[in-house]
Ligand binder design. Structure first.
Ligand SMILES: [Zn+2]
Ligand SMILES: [Zn+2]
Ligand SMILES: [Zn+2]
Ligand SMILES: [Zn+2]
Ligand SMILES: [Zn+2]
Length: 247
C-alpha cells in the first residue's frame, strides 16, 4: 500500500487530500477516511483492515449492522484497493507550496523528490530542517558544510577554507615536501656509499701492503735458500777435499 503519511491517525487516507471528493462507498465508517487496505466482513460491510481489527478487539460485532463478526472471516478487497490507489491526490506538502497531483499509489515516490518536502540538513552536526528546494541555498551558508576538494587533492573543505584553498598550490606544496624527502634520502645514500668506498680503498691498500710484505718475505726466503745452497755446496766440497786429504 501507499505511504502511511497520507493516512489519518486511525487508518484510512485523509479525504481532504483527494483531488475529487471520494464516493461515499469508499469511506470507512470507523475512521471516516478513504479505505486503506479495504476488507469486507461476512455481513458485506467494508472497512480499513486496521480499523476493523482494532474495533473487533473491543467488541466482535459489525459497527454498521451490529451483526457478530468473526475476525477470521474478513477478506481483503484487492481490486478495490487497486482502484483506490489510482485515485488522484494532492501532495501533502501543498500547504508549503507543492501544487502537484498524482495517483495515491505514487505518493511515496513523489515525496522522495518533492521540492517542498521538509528534510534535515544532510551535513553532520547541523540541526536545520528545510525544504528540499532550499537545500542548495542553505548548503552555501551552512557552517557544517564539509566537502572534499573537487580536484581530488584529498583536502576536506569548509566554507572558511574553501575560498583560500588553492588546489594547485596544495599539490605543489605536497610535491615539494616529497621531493625534499627524496633528496634527503638520496644524500644519505650517497654519504653511505662514499663511506663504503673509502673503506674499500683502505682495505685495498691494506691488501696491497700485505701482498708486498709477502713478496718481500718470499724474496727473503729465496735469498736464504740460495745462501743455504751455497753454504752446503762449499762445505761438501771442503768435506770431500778434507776427506780426500784425510785419505
Ligand atoms: Zn478506517
Ligand atoms: Zn455489517
Ligand atoms: Zn509535493
Ligand atoms: Zn546545515
Ligand atoms: Zn584541492
Amino acid at each position: 500500500m501507499a505511504d502511511p503519511d497520507v493516512s489519518t491517525q486511525s487508518g484510512g487516507y485523509d479525504v481532504e487530500l483527494f483531488v475529487d471528493p471520494p464516493d461515499y462507498d469508499l469511506i470507512c465508517t470507523i475512521c471516516q477516511g478513504v479505505l486503506r487496505c479495504p476488507v469486507r466482513s461476512a455481513c458485506h460491510h467494508i472497512f480499513c483492515k486496521k480499523c476493523i481489527l482494532q474495533w473487533l478487539k473491543r467488541q466482535e460485532t459489525c459497527p454498521c449492522c451490529r451483526k457478530p463478526v468473526n475476525s477470521s472471516l474478513i477478506f481483503v478487497m484487492f481490486k478495490l484497493s487497486k482502484s483506490i490507489g489510482r485515485m488522484k491526490i494532492k501532495c501533502k506538502n501543498q500547504i508549503r507550496g507543492c501544487t502537484e497531483t498524482f495517483p495515491l499509489s505514487e505518493q511515496y515516490c513523489h515525496s522522495m523528490g518533492c521540492l517542498y518536502e521538509l528534510i534535515p540538513c544532510p551535513y553532520q552536526g547541523c540541526r536545520a530542517q528545510l525544504l528540499r528546494r532550499d537545500l542548495e541555498t542553505h548548503a552555501r551558508h551552512c557552517e557544517h558544510w564539509r566537502q572534499p576538494c573537487h580536484m581530488g587533492c584529498g583536502t576536506i573543505l569548509t566554507h572558511g577554507t574553501q575560498a583560500q584553498h588553492n588546489c594547485y598550490k596544495q599539490l605543489r606544496q605536497e610535491y615539494e615536501t616529497r621531493q625534499r624527502n627524496h633528496r634527503a634520502i638520496a644524500m644519505a645514500l650517497q654519504r653511505k656509499m662514499r663511506r663504503m668506498q673509502s673503506t674499500m680503498a683502505h682495505m685495498r691498500r691494506q691488501i696491497g701492503l700485505i701482498c708486498e710484505s709477502l713478496e718481500v718475505m718470499d724474496d727473503l726466503h729465496e735469498v736464504e735458500e740460495e745462501v743455504d745452497l751455497g753454504e752446503s755446496s762449499s762445505s761438501s766440497s771442503s768435506g770431500t777435499s778434507s776427506s780426500n786429504s784425510n785419505c
